[in-house]
Write a protein that binds this ligand. Structure first.
Ligand code: MG
Length: 453
């Protein structure tokens, strides 16, 4: 049977198999214990929310019980997007936030994501510490006068929408009355997204719009899963189609012809929107397309690269005072909103770009370089993955080598990134070039190193 996955992203498993209410309860106790240890004499508060999964109330209830039993107060936010919960944790001055979500995984999965007081994912050391406590500690229930208190807060969606709108010029967008088709996959994005798009004057056609966790298609917002959205955009003659994943931190875009433009274009177009207003530093992970470099170069701005993982991007953005950043899989971060990937922010920036340029999505895409990106993964041990990375560093010394996360090698004609996964016993190879044949050849060069044992 598969094991519960405990990684830098938190905990993830299959309901009834690897993930049960007992596990959520124990992680709640472990988190409460840790937070109480760090602040023995003052009140400790945790903001708790969930995506729309059917197993969400069960796990959130167990998590709340664990926290309350250790004397930690819990503010239950109910169903909300991951960025919404991160923002509310900060707004409520909570010591931590917890999101019950399995992000883009199918409905039988769920998970627990732990956020720090500022909304950034907890560092790997803190997760390891929690896991250790989870495995070894026996937790006592506090006496009744020391139990934590449970409250609810219904302001989260409005707070998130207002935070985004505070940094977007809504009037010129609203004047265009954009027709938008949004596929929220019956996920957490169903609630705040229409509020935001309403404020931006959009004529919204909202599909998969009930936050009931019954995912209408495979949830990852990739091309093969969004045929329904593409058809709807075309049939309704909409200006743009948006798709969210179940916890609404990722965003994918469909152009006005009903064509899925690829997730890499989400951060690219958001970067274009932001830099045209405020030139500055851009941060992206090492597996993100060169599109962001091309756009930054147009504005004489620099791009800094980080290891894969939202927290790595956010930390670098803060350190460098970056104006925009994110990950190529549709995750856009603007620190003025929060240090998390946010599909609401993404939608607002894309509509802002449409209004600012008076162009269509397909025109904006056509003005950018076109790249072919190829992704491959294979099963191996961590030691085998590390050995491959070491070989790549030596074999490709003719390129520019970045060793922050595995090895990424850049040549004028393209790049390849080889890295061990942090969550699974696999290695990933990603290559990008202006043509598919070259990208395939870059992957093949790494593959050849695998057989050079
Ligand atoms: Mg997600």
């Amino acid at each position: 049977m598969a094991e519960l996955i405990v990684s830098v992203s938190g905990v993830r498993g299959i309901i009834g198999e690897t993930l049960t209410p007992e596990i959520a309860l124990r992680f709640g106790q472990a988190l409460g214990y840790l937070l109480r240890q760090n602040a023995p004499s003052s009140a400790v508060n945790v903001a708790l929310g969930r995506d729309s999964r059917i197993s969400g109330p069960m796990l959130a209830g167990a998590m709340a019980a664990g926290l309350l039993s250790t004397g930690v107060n819990v503010t239950d936010l109910g169903i909300a997007t991951t960025p919404t919960i991160a923002l509310m944790g900060r707004f409520l001055k909570a010591q931590a936030a917890v999101v019950i979500t399995a992000s883009h995984n199918p409905g039988q999965y769920n998970g627990i994501k732990f956020l720090r007081h500022d909304g950034i994912a907890m560092p790997a050391e803190a997760i390891a510490q929690l896991h250790q406590l989870f495995k070894t500690e026996s937790f006592a229930c506090q006496s009744v006068e020391k139990l934590g208190l449970l409250t609810t807060d219904s302001r989260s969606h409005a707070h998130h929408v207002q935070t985004v709108l505070a940094h977007i010029d809504a009037k010129p967008i609203a004047a265009n009355r954009y027709k938008v088709v949004l596929d929220s996959i019956n996920g957490a994005g169903c609630i705040a997204s229409p509020m935001l798009l309403g404020k931006l004057g959009a004529e919204l056609i909202h599909i998969n719009a009930s936050a009931d966790g019954r995912f209408a298609h495979t949830p990852e917002p990739t091309k093969e899963n969004l045929t329904g959205l593409c058809q709807e955009v075309k049939a309704r003659r909409a200006h743009v189609g948006f798709a969210q994943d179940p916890d609404a931190d990722r965003l994918a875009i469909v152009d006005e012809h009903g064509t899925y433009i690829g997730e890499e274009y989400t951060l690219a177009l958001a970067t274009l929107a932001r830099l045209s207003v405020k030139p500055g530093t851009v941060v992206a992970n090492l597996s993100t397309s060169r599109l962001v470099d091309d756009i930054a170069a147009r504005h004489n701005c620099r791009v800094l690269r980080t290891p894969v993982g939202e927290a790595n991007v956010a930390a670098r953005m803060i350190a460098e005072n970056a104006v925009i950043g994110g990950e190529g899989n549709g995750g856009v971060i603007d620190l003025r909103i929060g240090p998390v990937r946010d599909s609401l922010l993404g939608m607002a920036l894309i509509l802002d770009l449409l209004a600012r340029t008076n162009k269509t999505i397909s025109q904006l895409v056509a003005e950018l370089p076109r790249y072919a990106m190829i992704k491959e993964k294979f099963t191996c041990t961590r030691a085998q993955a590390d050995a491959l990375v070491a070989r790549a560093k030596t074999a490709f010394s003719d390129g520019k080598v970045d060793t922050q996360d595995g090895a990424r090698i850049d040549w004028p004609q393209g790049w390849v990134h080889v890295r061990p996964s942090n969550t699974e016993p696999i290695a990933r190879i990603i290559a990008e070039s202006t043509d598919e044949a070259t990208a395939r050849e870059l992957i093949a060069r790494v593959d050849r190193l695998r057989s050079d044992n």
